[in-house]
Ligand binder design. Sequence first.
Ligand SMILES: Cc1ncc(COP(=O)(O)O)c(C=O)c1O
Length: 391
Amino acid sequence: MTNHLMPTYRQLPVSFDRGDGIYIWDSEGNRYLDALSGISVTSLGHNHPAVTQAITQQAARLLHTSNLYHIENQQKLADLLCEVSGMEQAFFSNSGAEANEAAIKLARLYGHKHDIKKPEIVVMQGSFHGRTMATLSATGNRKVQAGFEPLVSGFLRAPFNDIEALKTIARSNRNVVAILLEPVQGEGGINIPDPGYLKAIRDICDEYNWLMMLDEIQTGMARSGKMFAFQHEAITPDVVTLAKALGNGIPIGACLANAKAANIFQPGNHGSTFGGNPFACRVALTVSSIMRDQKLAENAQARGKQLTDYLRQQLKDNRDIVEIRNLGLLVGIELKQNCAEIVALALQNRLLINVTADKVIRLLPPLIITAEQTIELADILIQTINQFSNR
Ligand SMILES: Cc1ncc(COP(=O)(O)O)c(C=O)c1O
């Protein structure tokens, strides 16, 4: 039979039919533990009753108007996101890449407003910011860029977790207007920088008048053990981008701005037909309120610690393990060898996981996971890793 889908994804031979909490069932009725949450999206779990209610109520009321009109849900969502982040303003998009596009445009406009005609943005090796032309150009992974040249210019690359390299760039380059980075690199392999790294970047940005722009698309919305990963270091960035878990599966992204990044965009500078529509904002408002009110960041922190302590203990004799690292429920288990095949093994064991940067098993379980379910997840994973090692 002809397949009418463009073959952009390498897909596993399974198709899911329904979900409930941390579990998901395939079309044959088999139950799996979802330790990936659709790559950090369904943080409240599948089929969350309050989210379903928000979806059905808003669908029965009003889906879309246009940004030509005032949208109350958008206003309320902006208020809530600013309350929990300490930021000042929000622009809503439909995806992570679009949230980053907004940040990149904002940084360029900021540069032009300061008479910098060729503004440049510092980005990191090993980063991932999306698949649009500007965001793939910002991404520090040649595989994402290859074949799509010419890339968008105006990005300068620096090694991750290296403050001296940033200082060198700052001293020698007058065109830099901003730095864009993930507080923890997700696609890059759950790379967690040293404590103090973000604070040191904040200081450089203040000294050189750069915008500090954090891509919290994967780390944000309580996943890291704080509502936003930057809150681990008690700093406030100038720009933060969000998406993924913000809608628990309903597409929505956001670019938040603060201080010197606020009020850069003026009418006509940026926009989106669907961005921030009444429906997506109503759902995101529900999702964000639940995360705040039920203190899911605290659960992420506790379960992340429980999970990694247990894995370290149980896998201490497994010689394939290089390191088990986490920030909240962003968990990476680095192996000595490429381990892409482990995803299929886990699937056979009814566990959904993923491998990133070739050697890192990535776990991004729903933030509602209980202590008991955490052990259930860990036990299936340990069995899978040991099977992989003994194959
Ligand atoms: C850190 C980061 N930025 C940006 C993106 C792109 O988001 P989207 O796929 O919604 O465009 C992702 C997606 O994985 C991400 O992890």
